[in-house]
Write a protein of this length. Structure first.
Length: 322
């Protein structure tokens, strides 16, 4: 239990890094950060693919198409939206919105897969949803007050950031549900091989995205210094670090935690990512969070922990065989 919890903590600390990059690269387009991160991750996946090449050959064309879809939406589009949200609204509010993922995924699965996996009683979910809503409201109030205090404040930009964070949540709600569908439909395939396949599928998408972005900027007459921007070595180093530590080592740590901990407990420990991201954001700001922000964070964590403790109830099959 202790080892598994430490692995989960390490994964959360590493995953929190992805929320920092948009703050460190405010002058870099979010799309460039997304393709840069996953270009690095795709390159890291290549030696893993070579090691696992025998199992990868067993994947069909349909499997590779599914891996491409998962990589496009769960990786590239998700991070474009997340990075854009953080650049527009700052880190705390998007991080809080992303922190609702365990509950949003549970609700979506409740609506979509209740016949297969059981139904979560809505009456038991209601208190957790209320706590989460109150937590986000508290952080939103603090961030809005800080925004109004700025002479060059742009409320519409802040709203855009909040909406983009919601789109990011939608992307990463769709991803685990579709990913679970494939894994359940192919119980004879290794989850490790499937993860490697998605990493390999990400590489051509990231390369194509990089080329399209570069060409689009050239056509639009952008003065951004492509291909690596005004701080090339910092950009390359940061993307490589996130690709290595967040995308690869972080996932390895989480898999190690999942092997050692009960699923119910592992689901709760995803909050380490939210806490790490918020901690990094306030460290970069150089100040402690406001008391109302701390209250909001506590309410969010309480709501998520409440929700993940709820066990599904088996649904009665509709209709009977004659």
């Amino acid at each position: 239990m202790l080892t598994g919890t430490l692995y989960a903590l390490a994964a959360g600390l590493l995953w929190g890094l992805v929320f920092v990059a948009p703050l460190l690269l405010p002058d870099y387009p979010a799309a460039l950060q997304s393709v840069g991160r996953y270009l690095a991750f795709g390159l890291i996946a290549l030696p893993l693919a070579w090691i696992d090449r025998a199992n990868l050959r067993r994947l069909s064309r349909a499997d590779w198409k599914e891996a491409l879809k998962l990589a496009a939406i769960g990786n590239l589009l998700y991070y474009v939206c997340l990075a854009s949200a953080i650049q527009r609204a700052g880190a705390p509010l998007p991080t809080m919105i992303i922190g609702t993922l365990p509950v949003v995924i549970a609700i979506s699965a409740n609506l979509r897969d209740h016949r297969r996996d059981g139904r979560l009683p809505w009456r038991k979910l209601a208190p957790s949803l209320l706590l989460i809503a109150l937590g986000i409201a508290c952080v939103n109030r603090v961030e809005l007050e800080a925004l109004r205090a700025q002479p060059d404040a742009d409320a519409s930009r802040y709203l855009q950031g909040a909406l983009l964070a919601i789109v990011a949540v939608a992307c990463w709600t769709w991803y685990p549900l579709r990913n679970a569908d494939w894994l359940r439909a192919h119980p004879d395939r290794s989850p490790r091989t499937w993860a490697t396949a998605q990493g390999v599928a990400t590489l051509p998408l990231a390369l194509a995205g990089y080329a399209l972005l570069w060409g689009g900027m050239a056509v639009a007459g952008s003065d951004f210094a492509m291909p690596l921007g005004p701080r090339p070595w910092f950009f390359v180093g940061l993307m490589a670090c996130i690709g290595l530590f967040a995308s690869w080592i972080g996932t390895l740590c989480w898999n190690a935690a999942s092997q050692r901990l009960p699923t119910a407990l592992a689901g709760q420990l995803i909050v380490f990512e939210t806490l790490a991201a918020l901690a990094y954001a306030f460290i970069l700001r150089g100040r402690a969070p406001e008391p109302l922000t701390m209250l909001g964070i506590a309410l969010l964590i309480a709501g998520v922990l409440w929700a993940v403790r709820i066990r599904p109830e088996t649904t009665v099959a509709e209709g009977h065989a004659a």
